[in-house]
Design a protein around this ligand. Structure first.
Ligand code: UDP
Length: 236
């Protein structure tokens, strides 16, 4: 399958049309941004790692009954995915306190929750992705009631699958962000990526951060952290 015209360029990926109206090609970049794009940089090798890790995890999820947009990996950076219209919600699942949760509620990072939490943000850069609840999402027509309940059920199921999977790799899945898309027939699939850009991964023994927080917080060892996660997931 070949790229035709570029449809979209985001912060971390480009999306191209193909000859098939129901498929697009995503191309992952090494560009990194944080804090609403105000911090910018490059993480060498990130595009290939995020592409390959996402595809590997999407296939595990598919095997466990989660429908995804994944079709076929073309090369290190590029993947064919089903064309979807993205539901403009960022769905965040947390198992431990960290990041904006710790800040918003004035708690330390690393508190282990009795049960995972879920929150929605309205995916809107101009508004800085504000936190919203289900009533707001309905009022704004971002998704239907049925879609919200399906998204919630899928997100918690994805968490159970991934949490167990990463624990085998001696990694705590602290929190992560998901996006869902609608196929042309209206059915929902998991879309976007699952990578150190969109998840917090802590080494289960040392709590060392193995994700984008190393870039966000200038902790150093950014490339090494991405490579270490790649090694644990794909054995290389
Ligand atoms: N996240 C993301 N994209 C965003 C916001 C958050 O992928 O635009 C991920 C982030 O990597 C983390 C989780 O969602 O794994 C929760 O992020 P949080 O709300 O704590 O925000 P942050 O502290 O990253 O601003």
């Amino acid at each position: 399958m070949e790229k035709t015209v570029q449809l979209y360029e985001g912060k971390a990926k480009k999306v191209y049309a193909t000859e098939d109206p129901d498929k697009v090609i995503v191309s992952y970049k090494d560009d990194a941004t944080a804090f609403d794009g105000s911090k910018r940089g490059t993480i060498l090798g990130k595009g290939a790692i995020n592409n390959r890790m996402t595809n590997y995890l999407m296939q595990i999820l598919e095997k466990n009954g989660i429908p995804t947009h994944y079709v076929e990996e073309l090369n290190d950076r590029e993947t064919v995915v089903k064309r979807v219209s993205i539901v403009p919600l960022e769905v965040i699942i947390r198992n431990l306190s960290a990041g904006s949760f710790a800040k918003r509620y004035g708690v330390e990072e690393g508190l282990v929750f009795e049960a995972p939490t879920l929150e929605f943000s309205y995916k809107n850069d101009d508004l800085h992705d504000p936190l919203i609840n289900e009533y707001h999402a309905l009022a704004l027509h971002l998704a239907t009631r049925e879609e919200l309940s399906q998204i919630t059920a899928m997100a918690f199921k994805i968490n159970e699958i991934l949490k167990d999977y990463f624990l085998q790799l001696n990694v705590k899945l602290v929190d992560f962000k998901l996006e869902f898309g609608r196929l042309s027939n209206g059915s929902l699939v998991l879309a976007d990526e699952i990578s150190p850009d969109t998840c917090r991964f802590w080494d289960a023994t040392t709590n060392e951060k193995l994700d984008k927080d190393r870039f966000r917080r200038d902790l150093g060892g950014v490339e090494d952290a991405y490579q270490e996660m790649m090694r644990r997931v794909l054995g290389e």
